[in-house]
Write a protein that binds this ligand. Structure first.
Ligand code: IVH
Length: 681
C-alpha cells in the first residue's frame, strides 16, 4: 500500500487540522495585525510539527496548508488571466486646484454640495496592483493588472507572500463569504526589507534595485517562486473586483473593514473624511509623515465612499469618475551633468561636486549635488555630459542616481581626479586606504584659508559678529588676510574699502574683533581648527591642562590621558603644535591681545591616584573601559593606551592580549578586575 492511500488515523488528521488553524492564526496576527502572540521559536515548532505530519501522510497536504506557500516548481512562463471586471487605473491630480475640480465634478453629477460627500482618503502605495481570487474562501488565483483586461498568472509567487491569506477567516466575520470574491490591492516591499535586500544584492556582487517598487515588481515576476519567497514582500488590499453569490456592504470603507475581518491586510492609514478640504488636510498630514512610514507612497487616493454614489458617477475611458490620485511632487527627475567641480574643505578634503542643469525635484530646484569621492564616481562611471537621475530621498539633500547610458554622448570622458589643487596648485594627496583625497597646501591654500578663517570667526569659536562668508572671501581674495591673526591688524578704513561694506559696518566689525579678544581657552583651541578637535575635545584639553603652553608641550602619551582623546586625536594635536607656521599664528594672535583666564585644574597631588600611570586592557565585567578610565582619572590617575616602563599598573580584564604580555615582559604590576575595584575604593 502506498503512503498516499494509507489511511490517516483520525487523531493525526485532527492534530494536523489543529496545527493548520493555529499556524494560520499566528500568521494572521503576525503579518496582518502586526501583533504576534507567541515567540518565533514556538511558531517554528508548530510549523515543523505540521511539516513532519504532512511528510508522513502526504494525503494531509492541502493547497491552503501554511506549509504550501513555498515549494512550487519554477514556471516556464506565466499564464494569462482575463479579468472578469477590468482593472482600471486612476486619473491624476497634481495640485489642490485639480483636486477641487474633481470635487466639483463629483458634487455636480451627484446633485449634492461638495461638503455633503464622504470620501475615503488612502495612501497611494508604490508597488504593483494584484488581484486575488478566492473561491469558497480559498485563494485559487493571483494575477497582475497587465493592461487592465489581461494580466499574468502569478499565483505561485503571490502564495509566498506571508500577508496574503491562503484561506479567508470566517469565524470572526458576521457576513457570509461570497462564493467568489476577487480582492484587489498593492503588493509592495517595505523600506526596511528593500534596504536589506539591496545590502544582500551588493554583498553578492549583484545589481541593487533602484527603488522598492522595482524591487517588488522584479520579485513578483520571477519564474521560480523560491526567489519570490526570499524577498520581503507584503500586500495591502484596497478594493474588490468580481463578487458572486454574496453581498458586500454599501460603503467602500465598510467593505475594507469587512476585508479586514476576513483576514486580509488593509492599510491602517485609510480614513473616511467629509468634503474636499478634509481630503487636502489628509494629503498634507500624510505628506509630512511620509518619510517615517515603513513603506513608500507616491501620493494619496480619494474615493467616493458610498457605493451607490460610485455607481451613479461611473467611469470615463479607463478610470472611475469617483476616485482620483493626488500625487506628491516627483522626487526624481532627469537632467544633464554639466561638470564635475572640485571643492576644497577647511581640512583640505577634496570633494567632487556635480554641476547640473537646473531641474525641479520635489518642488526644489537642484543645481549641485555632492559626489562624495573619486571611487564613487568611478564605481558608477559618471561622465560629464551624461544624463542622470537626480532624486531626493525623503526631504534630504539631492543625490545623483543612475546614468541613462543610452543618452551618453560619444565624446563623454571618464572623470579624472586632478593631481593639483584647483585653488592653490599644491599636490593633491590620497593616503593609502583612505577614500578622501586632500590638498596638501594647508593654510597656503586660499580655499582652506577661507574655511579656516570662517571657522575661527564662527559663533562657537571666537564669535566675531559680522564676519560672514562674503566678507571673509573678499578679505582673503584681496590679500588683506592670510591667517586668522591678520584679522586683528585690520583697520576700519581697510574694511570700509571693501565692496558693499558701509562705514558703520566696518566700525562694528573692528569693535567685534576687539571684543573677541577676551575669550576662553576652550574656544581658542576649538577656533584653531586642529583636525579631529571639536568643541568637546577642546573643552577637555582646556580642563585637563589649564593653559596653552602645557598642551603645546605635551607628548603623545600625556595627550592620550585626556578624557575622550584616543591615539588618532592625540596624534593630530601633537602634529599641529609641531608645525612652525601654526606656532607663528598662535604667537601673532597672543601678541594681538587674545587672552583667556587660566583654567582651575584640580591639584593632582591631593588625589589618591595622582601621578599613577595606568593602562586598561581586555574586557571588564562591572563597567566599560571608558567608564573605568573616567573613574581612574577622577582619582588623579593618568590612563594611557600603551604599556611602557613608566606604567605603574596594567589592569587586565577578560581576554587581554598583547598589552598584558608586554606588562609581563617589562615586569609591570598587573591587576585583575577585583584589583581595579579595590583601587577605585
Ligand atoms: S484604487 C479604480 N487605491 O494606483 C481604482 N489604487 O493609478 C483602481 N494604487 O493600479 C485602484 N494605492 O496599483 C487604488 N489605495 C489605492 C492605491 C492604488 C496604489 C495603485 C494601483 C493602481 C494605480 C492606479
Amino acid at each position: 500500500m502506498n503512503k498516499t492511500a494509507m489511511a490517516i488515523p483520525t487523531d493525526i488528521s485532527a492534530r494536523a487540522q489543529e496545527l493548520r488553524k493555529q499556524i494560520n492564526d499566528h500568521n494572521y496576527r503576525y503579518y496582518v495585525l502586526d501583533d504576534p502572540e507567541i515567540p518565533d521559536a514556538e511558531y517554528d515548532r508548530l510549523f515543523r510539527e505540521l511539516q513532519a505530519l504532512e511528510e508522513q501522510y502526504p494525503a494531509l497536504v492541502k493547497p491552503d496548508s501554511p506549509t504550501q506557500r513555498v515549494g512550487a516548481e519554477p514556471l516556464k512562463a506565466f499564464g494569462e488571466v482575463k479579468h472578469v471586471v477590468p482593472m482600471l487605473s486612476l486619473g491624476n491630480a497634481f495640485s489642490d486646484e485639480e483636486v477641487r475640480d474633481f470635487g466639483r465634478r463629483v458634487a455636480e453629477k451627484l446633485g449634492l454640495a461638495e461638503d455633503e460627500i464622504d470620501f475615503t482618503a488612502e495612501p497611494k502605495l508604490d508597488g504593483l496592483a494584484i488581484s486575488l481570487l478566492y473561491e469558497d474562501g480559498v485563494l485559487v488565483r493571483a494575477a497582475t493588472r497587465g493592461d487592465g483586461v489581461t494580466g499574468e498568472d502569478v499565483t505561485q509567487n503571490v502564495r509566498t507572500i506571508p500577508s496574503v491569506p491562503l484561506r479567508l477567516l470566517r469565524a470572526v466575520a458576521q457576513r457570509p463569504l461570497p462564493r467568489v470574491l476577487e480582492v484587489r490591492g498593492e503588493v509592495y516591499m517595505p523600506k526596511a526589507g528593500f534596504e536589506a535586500l539591496n545590502e544582500r544584492q551588493r554583498a553578492a556582487g549583484e545589481k541593487p534595485f533602484a527603488n522598492p517598487r522595482n524591487a517588488a515588481a522584479g520579485s513578483l515576476r520571477q519564474l521560480d517562486p523560491k526567489v519570490t519567497a526570499s524577498r520581503p514582500l507584503a500586500m495591502f488590499c484596497y478594493g474588490v473586483g468580481q463578487v458572486e453569490d454574496g453581498q458586500l456592504p454599501d460603503r467602500h470603507s465598510a467593505i475594507l473593514a469587512q476585508l479586514k475581518d476576513w483576514g486580509l491586510r488593509v492599510c491602517p492609514e485609510i480614513h473616511t473624511v467629509r468634503g474636499i478640504d478634509a481630503c487636502l488636510d489628509y494629503y498634507r498630514d500624510i505628506g509630512e509623515r511620509r518619510a517615517g512610514l515603513p513603506y513608500e507612497i507616491d501620493g494619496v487616493v480619494y474615493k467616493v465612499d458610498r457605493i451607490d454614489q460610485q455607481e451613479t458617477l461611473g467611469f470615463v475611458s479607463r478610470a472611475p469618475r469617483w476616485a482620483i490620485a493626488h500625487k506628491f511632487p516627483a522626487q526624481e527627475a532627469l537632467t544633464r551633468l554639466l561638470a564635475i567641480d572640485i571643492q576644497v574643505g577647511r581640512t583640505g578634503a577634496i570633494t567632487p561636486v556635480a554641476r547640473l542643469e537646473p531641474v525641479e525635484v520635489g518642488g526644489v530646484t537642484v543645481t549641485n549635488a555632492t559626489l562624495h569621492n573619486q571611487d564613487e564616481i568611478a564605481r558608477r562611471d559618471l561622465r560629464v555630459g551624461d544624463t542622470v537621475v537626480v532624486y531626493r530621498a525623503g526631504d534630504v539633500i539631492p543625490k545623483v542616481g543612475s546614468v541613462v547610458l543610452s543618452h551618453r554622448p560619444p565624446d563623454a570622458k571618464p572623470f579624472v581626479m586632478p593631481t593639483h589643487c584647483p585653488v592653490c596648485g599644491s599636490d593633491i594627496v590620497r593616503l593609502e586606504g583612505q577614500a578622501i583625497a586632500r590638498c596638501s597646501g594647508g593654510l597656503f591654500c586660499p580655499a582652506q584659508r577661507k574655511e579656516a578663517i570662517k571657522h575661527f570667526a564662527s559663533r562657537r569659536a571666537m564669535d566675531i559678529e559680522g564676519l560672514g562668508e562674503k566678507l571673509v572671501e573678499q578679505l582673503v581674495d584681496r590679500e588683506l588676510v592670510h591667517d586668522p591673526a591678520d584679522l586683528y591688524a585690520l583697520t576700519v578704513e581697510q574694511v570700509a574699502s571693501l565692496e558693499r561694506i558701509a562705514q558703520k559696518s566696518a566700525e562694528n566689525l573692528i569693535a567685534a574683533l576687539e571684543k573677541s579678544k577676551a575669550t576662553s581657552l576652550g574656544r581658542f583651541l576649538f577656533a584653531l581648527g586642529i583636525r579631529e578637535v571639536g568643541e568637546t575635545t577642546a573643552q577637555s584639553l582646556a580642563q585637563y591642562f589649564g593653559d596653552l603652553q602645557p598642551i603645546e608641550e605635551a607628548d603623545l602619551e600625556t595627550l592620550q590621558s585626556v578624557p575622550d582623546v584616543g591615539p588618532i586625536v592625540a596624534n593630530s594635536i601633537y602634529t599641529f603644535f609641531r608645525q612652525a607656521h601654526n606656532l607663528d599664528v598662535i604667537d601673532k594672535l597672543i601678541a594681538a591681545g587674545i587672552h583667556w583666564p587660566k583654567v582651575e585644574v584640580k591639584a593632582p597631588e591631593v588625589l589618591p591616584l595622582a601621578g599613577k600611570v595606568i593602562v586598561l586592557t581586555g574586557t571588564l565585567e562591572s563597567m566599560s573601559r571608558p567608564e573605568a578610565k573616567k573613574h581612574l582619572q577622577a582619582l588623579g590617575a593618568k590612563v594611557t593606551g600603551s604599556v611602557s616602563k613608566k606604567t605603574d599598573w596594567v589592569i587586565a580584564g577578560e581576554a587581554a592580549g598583547s598589552k598584558l604580555k608586554k606588562a609581563q615582559e617589562l615586569g609591570v604590576e598587573v591587576l585583575d578586575e577585583a584589583g581595579l575595584l579595590n583601587l577605585l575604593q
